[in-house]
Design a protein around this ligand. Structure first.
Ligand code: MG
Length: 106
């Protein structure tokens, strides 16, 4: 599924409710919350700080999906086509950053 298809699904979901999208800075604050939750999971899995037995175990993939959904909402609220933006970014890393890292032999 393309990013724009995910944008459409997210937009259809948001449109079910009154009020529509949060303001950009409100979505950004929500994004920071979600990034914090991802950091917490990463820290618990790979760092020294283990979870309390009473704490819910969350999947890292689920936290990443929450972040992506929040970004889809931010893009939708600003009428940004993420397929276009993503294609542009891939072009950039394939040109500007082409020789930045050691190539794999395969
Ligand atoms: Mg989350």
């Amino acid at each position: 599924m393309s990013l724009s298809e995910h944008q459409k699904i997210s937009d259809d979901w948001i449109k079910k409710f009154t009020g529509g999208y949060f303001k950009p800075h409100e979505i950004l604050a929500r994004l920071m919350e979600e990034v914090g939750k991802l950091a917490r999971e990463i820290n618990h899995k790979f760092g020294p700080k283990k979870k309390k037995s009473s704490e819910k175990k969350n999947e890292i993939g689920d936290e990443i999906a929450d972040i992506i959904f929040t970004l889809l909402c931010l893009a939708n609220s600003l009428n940004i086509d993420l397929d276009k933006s993503f294609t542009k970014m891939i072009k950039k890393i394939n040109t500007r950053d082409k020789n930045r890292y050691k190539q794999s032999s395969s």
